[in-house]
Design a protein around this ligand. Structure first.
Ligand code: URA
Length: 421
């Protein structure tokens, strides 16, 4: 019998797969020798039966080693499991790089609700994340910050993820954990911070599930020689005010140039930057972060990085937005109890800021600006959100209205950081 048929027999009865069997199946699938129907049968058996830690580690290693592997032991990187309005990478990575922690980052495009860092950066005219290995290395050395599109690294994960996406096998803890860590290990940064999002707008809906994933990500990374830690952060409400590609770059630049941003974004961006410095062993990380922002060094780093990757870095705070704009008004007076990330994310997608299918085009100037955050008092008729984009603004408006929950009693803003390890 072939390795994959053997593996299906073992897994469907809840048995444990050997490292050799996992490697053979992963390599066979990547080489096109294992057909989709057998691989999807195995994935479904794994989804139902689960995998032990050693099996998950073997799968991670086999996928990480399925293609090219880079090595940047001195670099830091962060990975977010995906959220609505999550522009923390755009802010915290230039800060870390300005503080002497070089960044070699692999990023993806958004699919569904959550935006991808590459889509955000591509709202800057001329920006490209298609770098050769040589250029990626050189930029890390010369600028201290480079972001590459997840392409040729961990090709096994790319193929398996595409199959999972169409066979109902995405939401399995060992498959998610091995998928994320294999890409990170292949990119080769020596210090990694995971930001596991939790709430209505995230993969993980409960703090318990988010913690389980965070623990797995850290354990797999450490087993594969990467120093790692994790934060679990709230994604019941969008982060900051801006959701959408150009809108999020503008808000990031506002923060890095000393402008005001909502407290949830301000707090999380500073904390993530400080945690990256801590992982790298930089002393007094909080003070270093403050200095990098107030001196302009972090913004200067962002501009140098954007320039190095072909982008026009002079006018980042006024990147063009869609000319089709409408405001959504509060239906009554009250305190904002929730402005659900799920609904706002869907509205932004509907306006054209994201893609429902991989081949969809993205409108860089589309998105939602949230004008009222949890805890704010709003009066009837006052604008609570501004919508940009022409794809289906009527439907987007409905979604935003449904996302807003008002209370008659004062509401406290939720803690942005739910847990840490
Ligand atoms: N992100 C990934 O990279 N892989 C998954 O399986 C889920 C989210």
């Amino acid at each position: 019998m072939s390795a994959v048929l053997d593996a299906i027999e073992v897994k469907k009865f809840g048995g444990e797969l050997s490292q050799e069997a996992i490697r053979e199946v992963v390599n066979g699938y990547t080489a096109g020798e294992v057909p989709d129907y057998q691989m999807s049968s195995l994935l479904m058996a794994i989804f139902i039966r689960g995998m032990g830690y050693e099996e998950t580690l073997a799968l991670t290693r086999a996928m990480a080693e399925s293609g090219q592997q880079y090595s940047f032991p001195e670099c830091v990187d962060k990975h977010s499991t995906g959220g609505v309005g999550d522009k923390i990478s755009l802010i915290s990575l230039p800060i870390a790089a300005a503080c002497g922690a070089p960044v070699a980052k692999l990023s993806g495009r958004g699919l569904g609700l959550t935006g991808g860092t590459i889509d955000k950066l591509e709202s800057i005219p001329g920006f490209s994340a298609d770098l050769s290995e040589d250029r990626f290395h050189r930029q890390v050395e010369e600028v201290g910050l480079a972001i590459l599109e997840a392409g040729g690294l961990a090709p096994a994960d790319k193929a398996i993820y595409a199959l999972r996406d169409t066979t109902g096998t995405v939401d399995s803890l060992p498959l998610i954990g091995s998928s994320i860590v294999s890409k990170k290990v292949a990119t080769g940064a020596g210090h990694l911070l995971y930001d596991v999002k939790c709430g209505s707008g995230a993969f993980m809906k409960t703090p318990e599930d988010a913690r389980e994933l965070a623990e797995l990500l850290v354990r797999l990374s450490e087993s594969l020689g990467v120093k790692a830690s994790a934060l679990i952060t709230d994604m019941d409400n969008p982060l900051g005010r801006a959701i959408g590609n150009a809108l999020e770059v503008r808000e990031s630049v506002r923060f890095l140039t000393g402008g005001e941003v909502p407290g949830d974004l301000d707090h999380e961006a500073r904390l993530v930057a400080a945690r990256l410095l801590e992982l790298k062993g930089v002393g007094e990380p909080e003070a270093a972060v403050e200095k990098a922002i107030s001196s302009g060094a972090a913004y200067d780093k962002l501009q140098r990085f954007v320039n190095a990757q072909g982008g026009a870095a002079d006018d980042l705070e006024s990147l063009p937005l869609s000319e089709e704009v409408r405001e959504v008004a509060a239906p009554r007076s009250g305190y904002v109890f929730r402005f659900a990330a799920l609904g706002i994310g869907r509205a932004s997608l509907t306006l054209g800021a994201g893609r429902e299918k991989k081949e969809d085009a993205v409108d860089p100037g589309a998105g939602v600006e949230v004008l009222a955050k949890v805890g704010d008092r709003v009066e009837e008729g006052e604008p609570v959100a501004r919508l940009y984009g022409s794809r289906d603004p009527g439907r987007a408006e409905e979604l935003v209205r449904e996302a807003l929950e008002l209370s008659d009693e004062p509401v406290e803003a939720p803690p942005g950081i739910l847990d840490s390890l």
